[in-house]
Each structure stands twice: as C-alpha cells, then as structure tokens.
Write a protein that binds this ligand. Sequence first.
Ligand SMILES: [Ca+2]
Ligand SMILES: [Ca+2]
Length: 198
Amino acid sequence: MVRHIAAFVGLALLAGGEAVSQGDKAFGPDKDGLIAIEAEHHTGKADKDPHKWVAVKEPAGFSGDGAMEAKPNDDANNNEDFVTLSPRLDYKVKFAKAGKYRVWVRGWGKGESDNSCHVGLEGKAVDSADRMGEWPAEEWAWLNDTHDGEPAVLEVKAAGTLTLNVWMREDGFVIDKILLTQDEKYQPKDKGPAEVRE
Ligand SMILES: [Ca+2]
Ligand SMILES: [Ca+2]
C-alpha cells in the first residue's frame, strides 16, 4: 500500500514538472558505449512562437515517461534557417571518446508532413545530421536516415560534455528517444537501451 502511494506521488511529480527530478545531469555511455536519451528528459528547451515542443503521453508504446511533439501541427516545414525559426530541445551529453557518432532517433510520423527533424551540436546546425527523416506513418520506428541519403552522423572533436540539439523540421513530429553510438553496425530495436545519467 505504502509503495503504491509512493509510486503515485512520483508520477504526479513527473506529470507536473516534466521529469525535473533528473535535474540537468549529463547523459553518458552505458557499458557498451551506447548513449541513450529519453527525449522528454531534455536539459533545456526553447520555444519559437507559434511552435513549441510539448511533452506528450501518446501515442502508446513510447519509451520512458513519454515523448515530445512539435505543436501546433499546422503544415510548417522549416527545412532552412531552422536554428532561427524552429523550437529546440537540448540535452547535455558526456562524450567519453572523440570521433564519429551515428545518430538514431525513435520517432512517430503522423503522415508525410509530420515526419522529420534536425539534429545538431552546441546550438549549431550540423550538415551531416540535419534533415533527418522520413519516419513511417503511425508506428514507432528507429531511424538513422537523412534527406541527403546518408546516415545521420555527428563528429565529436574531443571527449567532454557538449549540448546535443533537436530542432523541429515538420510540425506534428513526435520524438521519443535518441541513441548515439560509435558502432556503425549497431541498430537499436524496440525501445532501445536504458539511459545512463551521470
Ligand atoms: Ca505537420
Ligand atoms: Ca521517451
């Protein structure tokens, strides 16, 4: 009984405070070197009127405490100038090693005009990780593709803590989780590995 009450209070805190209990601790690699990040556990966020990333508890089947949706879904597509035009999510990430990291994103595309986003580092666009898409419609899926036809990649010049950014491209896109790996052959399945905060 006591345990049930504790669980209920915990959930209430999460619902009201967007999982602030995690603080701004950096995301780090697990024992296999995989860096998993729940999108709803952002360590920073910037709205860009009229759009903003909003915490959602749907569609069902998300990992962690929910997901983030770019709202309102009004047919916007910020393919260019997204650093200026688009709402942003920030994640403090501790990279243990320098080098190339593949970027995987677990997302949900409602339709063909709601299934893309941009990823960058330190508040700047990165040519090799922007314009990620297209997520399939109406299902949770891990994707590493970009509109350039190459897998999304970030180059980390030196080990250390950096801020990973996600910007809206098409509104209505729902982002559940991010995974960074130096293993080119790794492919996340289902909900992917658990995040590690340090
Ligand atoms: Ca849309
Ligand atoms: Ca999630």
